[in-house]
Design a protein around this ligand. Sequence first.
Ligand code: IMP
Ligand code: MG
Length: 191
Amino acid sequence: MPTELSSLTKDLEEIMFSREQIEEMLVRLGKEITEAYRESVQKRRVIVVGVLKGSFIFMADLIRHIDLPVEVLFLQASSYGSGTESCGRVQINMELDKKLLTGADVLFVEDILDSGRTLKRLTEYFSESGAHSVKICTMLDKPARRAVEIKTDFCGFTVKDEFLVGYGLDYNEIYRNLPYVAVLKREVYTK
Ligand code: IMP
Ligand code: MG
């Protein structure tokens, strides 16, 4: 595994969360989620739904810290806009059969909660699925930029209003493969 990734690291201001900090966070969230759903798995299906693409690395690592028999599904959503700003129009690109969620306890897993529009739209959309419960787990929460009211049930880290990349998070589809979360240099997206 490359550790330097120098073609990408030249664009970074600083590392915000190291691999070690991410691992500690995964252990903590895994315990919280395991406790929260321990009873549920006796009665219902528990389904962890990853919101692609940003959540794919976080989701893969997180589920290995959940000590319960859970199912896994993915869907893809994007909020269109240019560069680092979303315009607020959320599109669900890869659909999920809503019937799959009927009667189940559903946990949406996101990379970052920013304006909150993506998760608001997804939870509204799937509220008609007849899920027994719908909860949200986000790796990062940027409350300063919230445009709609939404609360998370499980949160890795609360962050300031800076543009972050790595560990699944992208800028123009690049930087997802960095093994940590870092601040992108402003000059990269303002030039
Ligand atoms: P929201 O709908 O505004 O909450 O935006 C959620 C989506 O915007 C996330 O799933 C990310 O794909 C993207 N996003 C928001 N902030 C950042 C960031 O700092 N870095 C990378 N992507 C971000
Ligand atoms: Mg995303």
